[in-house]
Design a protein around this ligand. Structure first.
Ligand code: SAM
Length: 461
């Protein structure tokens, strides 16, 4: 039985009343719910043994929690295991999309790791615009980068900056999502540590930190731009009071998100609460605001020098892509494909921010060869027929993802693309007697292969 701090109980009773609190307490004793969001740029099939999440087009509740590690399609970025309440971000974006003047919006996800909402935002962009996803903690950048790369969008930049570093980019972003670090009350069912760390003092500290974060990044939002503010906590200090503080002190108008009655979402006007006794999911809060204060606009200057790859290299690389409207940059031995229309913005951001990954890392120049990057294999714009494909069985796919060397019979020498159910997993270099596995070492599966633990989550039939 989960033991809740007495101050938390008092706070919740005053928020939702005694009767509701009893239901809340009963709900968090039950098993956590598993949900996923599929990547429609990779798979369009149904999901087995699942029911839809009503507020998210590609969101599904699974009847059981599978061992995701044993599903090659999980590693291929065909879906993301994400808590269902968080998928409500989709309603905020879809319903207010038109209020963003830009057809090709520039979006910032300020507190992005591990990448749940970033992968969602970039799917909602559906090839338009650009997403900058940022994480201040160095230790969390690796997982953010991995999840972004696996998802496969190439209109993304991953940065490792403090929120105040964005303050210099006045009026640059059309939408900023701040999924703020918080006291985590909504995670109590999932995470004992969240209960241990909770106190009224910590709520106050979180509230002050959240205000600092919003104030630091606010200049980077355009006048008329959208601010999505979310937490996974219930208290008013971090939620409604902060939203009103933004409205009054920074200058913004609170916007409505239309919901359906049977979604059971609670609102007092400043934002939308998900409670585990009312909706299937963990605790979550989201508000949308429109910036009403004037903002100067950062001028994007075209850099004087651009390190373009040679014509020969560019020709080879662009052949690998379905989008030909790109420049191939070469920095040292690293090749990156970047859409022409975003070149200036990205090079400008490179001067201002600590960039970890941007656009599509396409490969490495090694002597006369180009060794294709894992990001290319997983990309939405890979032209698969440019590579010799290896259609893996489940066993071979897991062997590949464990970074073991695989012997290929009757397959020509050179670069090969390992696929599972026609979905790329990564590259190998076939030498004839063996095939070097080019899967990134830091991502490889460490768990023992166990086919009994494999569940077919995506239904291809
Ligand atoms: N948006 C993520 C997702 O959907 O997967 C979850 C983000 S989590 C709620 C909050 C993030 O804020 C964490 O990754 C944490 O490292 C980061 N963070 C912690 N302190 C911060 C600060 N002072 N400024 C900005 N971000 C911070």
């Amino acid at each position: 039985m989960i033991q809740l701090p007495s101050d938390f109980i008092q706070q919740m009773v005053s928020l939702i009343g005694e009767t509701e609190f009893q239901k809340f307490q009963d709900a968090i004793q039950t098993e956590r719910i598993t949900s996923i969001r599929t990547n429609e740029n990779k798979v369009t099939g149904n999901v087995n043994n699942a029911t839809p999440v009503p507020w998210c087009k590609n969101g599904f509740y699974l009847n059981d929690r599978p061992v995701f590690t044993m599903d090659p399609l999980f590693h291929a970025g065909c879906y993301y295991a994400q808590e269902a309440s968080s998928m409500f971000v989709e309603q905020a974006v879809r319903q207010h999309w038109d209020s963003m003047e830009e057809n090709e919006p520039l979006i910032l996800d300020l507190c992005a790791a591990p990448g749940g909402k970033s992968t969602h935002l970039v799917s909602l962009l559906n090839g338009r615009g650009w997403l900058v996803c940022n994480e201040v903690m160095k230790s969390r950048i690796g997982i953010l980068n991995e999840n972004i790369t696996k998802w496969g969008a190439s209109n993304v930049t991953v940065t490792n900056n403090d929120p105040k570093d964005f303050g210099q980019l006045n009026g640059l972003f059309d939408l900023i999502l701040i999924d703020a670090p918080c006291s985590g009350e909504g995670m109590f069912r999932k995470d004992d540590k969240a209960i241990e760390d909770w106190s009224l003092d910590n709520v106050q500290l979180c509230c002050e930190r959240q205000r600092r974060i919003v104030a630091d990044v606010f200049p980077a939002l355009k006048e008329g731009g959208l601010l999505l503010y979310s937490t996974c906590t219930y208290n008013e200090e971090e939620d409604e009071k902060n939203v009103h503080w933004i409205e009054e002190n920074l200058g913004a108008e609170i916007l409505e998100i239309k919901t359906k009655d049977d979604w059971n979402i609670t609102t007092q006007g400043a934002g939308y609460h998900f409670y585990p006794h009312k909706t299937q999911g963990e605790g979550f809060f989201l508000a949308v605001l429109k910036k009403t204060t004037e903002e100067s606009t950062t001028k994007i200057k075209t850099p004087k020098q651009i390190s373009l790859a040679s014509k020969d290299i560019s020709t080879i690389c662009t052949k690998w892509l379905t989008n030909q409207d790109v420049k191939i940059l070469q920095e040292g031995d690293k090749l990156t494909a970047i859409p022409n229309q975003w070149l200036d913005t990205q090079l400008f951001l490179k001067q201002k921010l600590r960039i970890v990954h941007y656009a599509l890392p396409i490969g490495i120049v090694k002597g006369k060869d180009i060794i294709p990057d894992e990001a290319l294999a997983l990309s939405w714009i890979l032209k698969q027929d440019q590579f010799t494909k290896v259609d893996c069985t489940w066993e071979q796919a897991i062997q590949f993802l464990k970074k073991e060397n695989i012997i290929l019979e009757n397959i020509s020498k050179g670069i090969v693309l390992f696929c599972y159910k026609n979905i790329p997993l990564g590259f190998g270099k076939n030498l004839g007697n063996r095939c070097n596995n080019l899967y990134p070492s830091e991502w490889h599966i460490r768990m023992n292969a166990d086919k009994d633990k494999h569940t077919e989550i995506i239904d291809f039939h």
